[in-house]
Design a protein around this ligand. Structure first.
Ligand code: SAJ
Length: 429
C-alpha cells in the first residue's frame, strides 16, 4: 500500500481519493480551496453522487484519507484538477494543471510517479507537464514516473465506474507505466490497458467523448428529420436499433455537462482536420431552438405565456448544472436566439415568462422556483432532465393547477398516452 497525494478534490479527485483510501492506501487529499479541504475533513460532501457520503465517511473515519493543507511528499501524485473551457477561444484553461504540476515539482523525489487524470489536449503531459517536473533536476521515465490515465466515470454512477471501468495508462516508458498500472490495479476491477505514450492516452479520452457527442448529434438530427415526416422518433429509433449493427443514441434537449460539449474542441487545439466534429456540436447546441419550435406548435405565440422548465441539471438525478440544456432553453426562451447578427441582450419584456424548477439543484446563483410555484398557472411544462421525481408526475393533478395543459417531454420519461388521456396536448423529442 502506498502514500498517494490527490490534487484537486472535485467530482473526480474526491471519489478517487476515497476509493484509494478504502482500498488501503494512505491518501492525502489537497485542494486549493480551503472550504473544500474543511468539508472533506468533516466528511461533509457537497456533491450529489449516490454512495459518496458513506464512502467518504468510511475513508475519513479510518484515518486513511486526510485533507492536507500543504502538498506533501508521496509515492504517487494524482492530478485531478479541472481544465475550464474558454467559450471564446474554444480552448481549455490549463492554469490549474500548471499550478498542480509546479506544486508537485517542489516535493518530487526519485522513484515517485506522477499521474495526470485531468482531460487535456493531446501532448499536454509530455510537452507541458514534463518540463516543469524536470525542473526538479530529475528525469521523467528514468528518475520518476510520469503518465496520463484519463478518468472515464459517468456522473451519477461514479463509484461503480471507478472500480469497474477499463482504464488506459500511457506513460513515458515502462518506468512510468508500470508503477501507474500497479496503482490502478489496486482498486480497479476492469481491464487496465496501456497506451504507447501519454499523448495516445490523452487522445483516446477525447475521441471517446467526441464519439458520443457526434452520435447524439445524429440522434438529434434524426429527431428533427422525423418531425418533418411526422414520424415518431422514438419508435423509429427503437425499430432501427433492432438491426445487429445499428445503435442510435437518444435525442434530447441538447448535450450538457462538462465533458461532451467541451472535449471535442480539445481535439482541435493541435489539429486543423475537424469537420464533422464542429458540425455535430452545432446540431446539439441547436436543440433548444427545436424545443421552442415544439412549444410554438402547442401554444402558437409564446409571448406572455408561462413556461415551466423542469430540469436545471444537465442530466437526470445529478445536481450538476454545467452547460445544462434546460438552462440554455430557459435563456433562449427569455432572450431569443443568440445569433451573430442579432445578439440578444437580456430578457424581452413581451416574451414568455419562464420559470425553472429542479429538485436536485441547490445553487444560489441560479434562479429556481419551487415545484408548486413553477406549475401553477403554467401554459406548458418542458421536461429537460430525466430525474426520477418527474417520471411520477400526475397529469390529472397538474391539469387542475396549470392554466393550459401542454407538455413537451424532451427526455422520454412520461407516458404521453396517460397525459393525453388527462387532457394534455403533448409533444416529445
Ligand atoms: N445525452 C443525450 N443522449 C444520449 C446520451 C446522453 O442527449 O443518448 C446527453 C445527456 O442528457 C447529457 C449529455 O448528453 O446532457 C452528457 O451525458 P452523458 O451521460 O452521455 O455523459 P457525461 O457527460 O455525464 O459523462 C461523459 C462520459 N463519457 C462517455 O460516455 C464516453 C463519462 O464516461 C466520462 O467519464 C465523462 O463524460 C467525462 O468526465 O469525460
Amino acid at each position: 500500500m502506498s502514500r498517494v497525494c490527490v490534487h484537486g478534490l472535485g467530482y473526480i479527485g474526491l471519489p478517487t481519493a476515497a476509493v484509494l483510501a478504502n482500498s488501503g492506501h494512505e491518501v492525502a487529499g489537497y485542494d486549493t480551496d480551503r472550504a473544500v479541504r474543511d468539508s472533506v475533513r468533516n466528511a461533509d460532501v457537497q456533491i450529489d453522487e449516490p454512495g459518496l457520503d458513506e464512502l467518504l465517511r468510511q475513508a475519513v473515519e479510518s484515518g486513511r484519507l486526510t485533507a492536507a493543507d500543504e502538498i506533501a511528499e508521496a509515492r504517487y501524485h494524482l492530478i485531478c484538477v479541472p481544465t475550464p473551457f474558454d467559450e471564446e477561444t474554444r480552448r481549455p484553461g490549463l492554469e490549474y494543471v500548471d499550478a498542480a504540476t509546479e506544486a508537485v515539482a517542489e516535493v518530487l523525489r526519485e522513484g515517485d510517479t506522477v499521474i495526470l487524470e485531468s482531460t487535456v489536449p493531446p501532448g499536454t503531459t509530455e510537452e507541458r507537464v514534463r518540463p516543469v517536473l524536470e525542473e526538479s533536476g530529475l528525469e521523467a521515465g528514468t528518475d520518476f514516473g510520469l503518465a496520463h490515465c484519463p478518468e472515464t466515470v459517468l456522473p451519477g454512477n461514479i463509484l461503480a465506474e471507478l472500480r469497474e471501468n477499463n482504464r488506459i495508462v500511457g506513460g513515458i516508458g515502462p518506468e512510468s507505466t508500470e508503477p501507474a498500472v500497479e496503482l490502478y490495479d489496486s482498486f480497479v476491477d476492469g481491464a487496465i490497458r496501456t497506451a504507447e505514450d501519454p499523448t495516445t492516452a490523452e487522445f483516446v479520452k477525447l475521441i471517446q467523448n467526441t464519439f458520443r457527442d457526434v452520435n447524439i448529434a445524429f440522434a438529434n438530427e434524426t429527431a428533427r428529420i422525423a418531425h418533418d415526416y411526422d414520424v415518431d422518433t422514438r419508435e423509429a429509433i427503437d425499430l432501427a436499433n433492432g438491426h445487429p449493427r445499428v445503435d442510435l443514441l437518444s435525442p434530447g434537449p441538447g448535450v450538457g455537462g462538462h465533458c461532451l460539449p467541451i472535449d471535442p474542441w480539445f481535439l482541435g487545439v493541435g489539429s486543423d482536420s475537424l469537420d464533422l466534429v464542429p458540425t455535430a456540436r452545432r446540431v446539439n447546441d441547436g436543440m433548444s431552438a427545436f424545443v421552442i419550435e415544439l412549444l410554438r406548435e402547442l401554444l402558437g405565440d409564446l409571448d406572455g405565456a408561462k413556461i415551466a422548465v423542469l430540469g436545471a441539471a444537465y442530466k437526470g438525478n445529478v445536481d450538476d448544472t454545467r452547460k445544462s440544456p434546460g438552462l440554455a432553453l430557459a435563456r433562449e426562451l427569455r432572450e431569443g436566439p443568440k445569433t451573430p447578427l442579432a445578439a440578444a441582450d437580456g430578457e424581452r419584456p413581451d416574451g414568455p415568462r419562464v420559470v425553472v424548477h429542479d429538485p436536485h439543484v441547490e445553487d444560489p446563483s441560479i434562479e429556481l422556483t419551487d415545484f408548486d410555484t413553477a406549475v401553477s398557472g403554467a401554459d406548458a411544462l418542458v421536461i429537460t432532465a430525466d430525474h426520477d421525481e418527474f417520471e411520477t408526475l400526475d397529469p390529472r393533478a397538474l391539469r387542475e393547477r396549470m392554466s393550459t395543459p401542454n407538455v413537451v417531454d424532451t427526455k422520454q420519461i412520461l407516458r404521453l398516452r396517460r397525459w393525453r388521456d388527462a387532457g394534455f396536448s403533448a409533444r416529445r423529442i
